[in-house]
Design a protein around this ligand. Sequence first.
Ligand code: 5AD
Ligand code: FES
Length: 400
Amino acid sequence: RDSSTSRGLGDVYKRQITLNEKLQFYYFVPTIFFGFSSIICYISYRPEKELDIMNLHELIDRLHKKHTLTKEEFITLIKERNEESASYLASLAREEAVNIYGNGVFPRGLVEFTNYCKNNCYYCGIQGSNPNANRYRLSKEEILSACENGYQLGYRSFVLQGGEDPHYTDEVMVPIVAEIRKRYPDCAITLSLGERSKESYQKLYDAGADRYLLRHEAADPELYQKLHPESLSLENRIQCLWNLKEIGYAVGTGFMVGAPYQTVENLADDLLFIKELDPQMVGIGPFVPHHDTRFKEFPSGSVELTTYLVSILRLMNPHLLLPSTTALGTIDPRGREKGILAGANVVMPNLSPVAVRKDYSLYDNKICTGEEAAECAGCLGRRLASIDYQLVFSRGDYIE
Ligand code: 5AD
Ligand code: FES
């Protein structure tokens, strides 16, 4: 009797399982199946993703056509960026650069003639208060010999760059510029000596300098003050830039990308400031920490955002002379090539004597400072050839 009872209960149990299985099959399984399919459809279709791309394309097209955007639009263009918008932006930027300058890249021979500096920009490795910087100054003869070396290599554009070194008064600097002008009448002379009086800029211009690089660093006064000591002001920096323009220099400005405390809003301000100044050159490069500075723990800026901004700048002014910077090449071995493919059209190979190159150390791991870099032009020429561009050894003037 016991066994028959248990057999009976077993049958009931078996019937219940069968019913549940049927319910699962006819109800839950299709529900789960359709649920999953709609999630997969949604992920692959994502209407708002399409909308983002549409909006970004629209913004990029507007920038391309009108050469500017509002602050809010620049913020959206940067914040919402993705691979797709970056590649669309870069292709338009390249096209603009090639239309105006061809697929040539202008080399500027860079002579870093002093690493003494009276300032203490917080990000900079050669700031005056860094006791570990190995200081050097090049004499007039050494500067002239670097230029001669450059001229023989084919350079027709020289950049003399240094810290704000009180040694190079107008009395010292003017004869150097005048001598370069006399020896190389067919070359462009660019100075990058920091902030000086308008009178000083005028004297250097009269001596034969034709271009001046002075990055504004940060167009937002609050950020500017987070990056610089109180002795430096954004107001003075901007005044210097306007003075340089008024004198007749071709002017270059710029900023670091990914500098400590920098926000996307700050970047939009930088772009709008550049729009207003309307310079001939804009140098941007990623921030790279230097181990002797208060910013040593901050991360580097990214190649991706830097090249995105290079493309934006190209569309803001298709005529710009835009360097693919050494800092870009420092954080990525193909960084300079990526800059060119994003719309840059200038490179600044080092012409300084090899013995001092490692001491012009604004940031860590700077490239082109070793013995192998005695002749950067060949190296850069090969790099550019790999992306179907070529070095064009001319003055490389701004085309109006
Ligand atoms: N990282 C990247 N760029 C730097 N510069 C100075 N220090 C750094 C750094 N740590 C840039 C500044 C300056 C230019 C000559 O080099 O923007 O204007
Ligand atoms: Fe200087 Fe390559 S460009 S070593």
